[in-house]
Design a protein around this ligand. Sequence first.
Ligand code: GDG
Length: 735
Amino acid sequence: MGKTIIISNRLPVQLQISNGEITAIPSVGGLATGMKSVHSGGDSLWIGWSGLTDEDIPEELGPKINEALADHGSSKVNLTADEVDGFYYGFSNRTIWPLFHYFMEYSEFELDSWNIYKKVNQKFADAILEAADDDDTIWVHDYQLMLVPQMVREKKPDISIGFFLHIPFPSFEIFRTLPWREEILKGLLGSDLIGFHTYDYERHFLSSVRRLLGLEVSFNDIYLDDRVIKVDSFPMGIDYKKFSEAAKESEKHDPKEQSELLQRLNNHKNADPEAKFFLSIDRLDYTKGIAKRLNAFEYFLNKYPRYKEKVRLIILAVPSRSNVPQYQLLKREIDELVGRINGEFSTVSWTPIWYFYRSMPFENLIDLYTSCDIAWLTPIRDGMNLVAKEYIATRTDKTGVLILSEMAGSANEMNEALLINPNNFEQIADALKEAITMPKEEQQQRNRLLQKRLERYNVEKWANDFMNSLLSQKEKDFSYVSRRLSVDLMNLIIADYKTSKKRLLFIDYDGTLAGFHKDPQKASPDDELYELLDRIDAQEHTDMYLISGRDKETFSKWFMPKKYNMIVEHGVWISEGGEEFRMLENVKKDWMEKIQPVLESFVDRTPGSFIEEKNYSLAWHYRNTDPDFGQKRANELNTVLTSLIGTDDLSVLNGNKVMEIKSSNVNKGRAAMRIFAQDDYEFVFAIGDDWTDEFMFQELPETAITVKVGRQKTQAKYYVDSIKNVRALLGRFVY
Ligand code: GDG
C-alpha cells in the first residue's frame, strides 16, 4: 500500500519568521488534532498553505521553510497575496461559508473570485499530482478545496480519493442559488468517498446530486459513468484523552502553581459559592450566534432578575477572518453589545460579562472549561462544534451542564445536553434557569453517558473509520456497473443495426415497455406502443420476440392479433407469427400444490400481496404492500422457500416486487439461446428490467447488445434509466 496524502487549506503547523529564524508552531484546530493519528502513523504527507504568502517569504528563506515543513511531514502550496485574497477571503469565506451556513444574504457571487478559486484549487491538485503515486490514498479536506478531487481524478483515474466536508452541506433550495453549483458537485464527485458530519448534510448533498446532475442514487451510492461514489456520515470526535488528562493534571496543581486566570476565577467562585459561570467559546463568526447569545443573556437577566449578581458570562471570542467586512461589523456589534449590557446591569461588585477577544493558550482553555458550571454554545449553524465535546471531556467529576444549539451538528450525538433553538429567547432563558438549578446527580447522570460516547467515538476512531471506508470502497468490485447508453453509444448501435443483414431482438414487457400497475391486467399496451412494435415487427430481416414472465392468456389477448413472436412464462411457451402457443420446454407442475399453501400463508400475513397462478409457475406479488414491510416479508419467504425446495428442480426468481417459483430448467436465457441457435444472426439485442432478464444477458453471446432498464447490479453491458428511454431507443431502429 502506498502513502497517505492529506490536503487541507492550512497545514498542521504554522510558520513564523522573526529575525530570519523560522519557528513552526503546531496548529490547534479540530482538523489538525483530528488528523494527527493518520498523519503520524506510517508513510504520510500533508499538503497545504503555510499561512505565509509569496510576498511574506524572503527568497533566501525558501529552502529553509521547505526543510522546516518537511520535518513535520508537510509540503506547502505557494500562494500570492492576491490568490489568498480571491480564494480564501473571497470565494471560500464570502461565498461558500455564508451560503453553506444559510446566510444567503452575506453570500457574494463574484466571477473573479470564482476564477481564482478554480486556479488555486488547480494549484493544490498539481501539488498532489506531483507527489502522488498511483497506489497512494488521498484525503482532501473542506470547503476551500471542493474542486480538487475531480482535478486529480482527471489525471489519475484509478487513484483512491476521499473528501470530508467540515461545515454543513445546505439544503438543495439554498445550494441551487450558487451560480457554479454543477461545477462544485462535479468537483466533489471526483472522490471515491465523500464524508459529512451528519446524515442531514449527506441527505442534502445527495438531493442536490440527484436534482442538479440527474444522477442515479441508490441508498448512499452515486453512479457516475463507470464509477460508484459512496457518501456517508462520520461525526467527528475529539482527542478525548488529551482533554480529560489535561483537566486531571490541572486539578492536581497546588493553588500557587495554577495559572493566573484560574486563580482569579477561583477567587470569584470562593467569594460566593452560589455564583455560577456561563462559558461561551467560539471563533468570532456570525454563524456562531454570539450577538444573539448576548441578547438572550440580557433577556434572561430581565426575566429572572433574582440571578443578577449571581451569574457571570465569560465570552472567549477568537479573532478570525478579520479581512472580511462582515467579521469587522460583527466585532463592532459584539463590542457594543457587551458594553451596553455591562453598562446596564453592572454593580460595584459585579460585572455580568467578561469578554476576551483573543486566542488563549491550551492550558487557559482547560481552565475555562473546568471552572465554568455551564457551557452555553448556541451557534445559529455549525457543522459540528467541537467545543461542546471538549467541555464535556474536561468534566472529571461529571458535573456541569451543556446548553447546546439544535443547529450544531454535535446536537445529533449529544441528546443529554439541554438542546435549544438559538432564536428562541424564552426557551434559552428557561434552559439557563434549568441549568443553574439542575441537581448534581442529574448533571452527572447526563454527562456520564456523554463522556462514554465521546471517549469511544474519539477523533482517532473517526479518522480510522473514514480511511477504512475509503479503502474498502477501493477494494469493492464494481465490474457489475454497466455504462449508461449515451447518445454516442446509441448512434453506434443504430448504425450496427441498420447495416446488419439479420437481426434478433428480445424485448421484455413489464418495466421495460410498460410501467407497473397495481393490477397487472391493467398494464396493457397503449396505442403508441402498438405502433412502435408494429413498425419493428414489419422490418425486413428482423425477428422480434416479446419475452416475458406473463401467462400466455394475457399475451394472447394483447398481442396474438398482431402476430408478434412471443415467449411467455419465462420460456415455457412460444408463439411465432400468430400461431397457437406451443411448449418450448417440458416442465413439471406437481410441486405447485405443495408450495401454494406456503404462499397463501404469506398472503394472509401481508396485506396487499397476492398470488398469481400461471400454468407452470406461481408468483407472489408484493408491489401493493407497505414497501419496508413487503421487503421484510419477501426476505422471509425467500428463506422459507429455499429451505423447502432443497435440491428439487425448482428455483425462486426475485423480480421487481414479485417472487416467482418455477422449474429450474426454464428461464429467459435458455429460451433466447434456442431462438438464437436457429439462424445466422448478425445483430442480437436484449432489453429488460429485472432479475429474470439477467439470464438473457448472461447466456447470449458476448457480441450481443444487452441493455438493463434502471441502474442496478446487472450482467448487461449498458443501461437506460426509464421506460421512456427504452421506447426512444427502439424508436431509433425504425423511425
Ligand atoms: C469547523 C466547523 C467543525 C478555540 N478557541 C481556542 C481554541 N479553540 C479550538 C477549540 C476547538 C477548535 O478550536 C474550534 O472548533 P469548532 O468545531 O468549535 O469550530 P470551527 O473552528 O468553526 O471548525 C465546525 C470543525 O470545523 C471540525 O470539523 O466542528 O463546525 O465550523 O478544538 O478547542 N484553542 C486554543 N485557544 C483558543 O483560544 N488553544
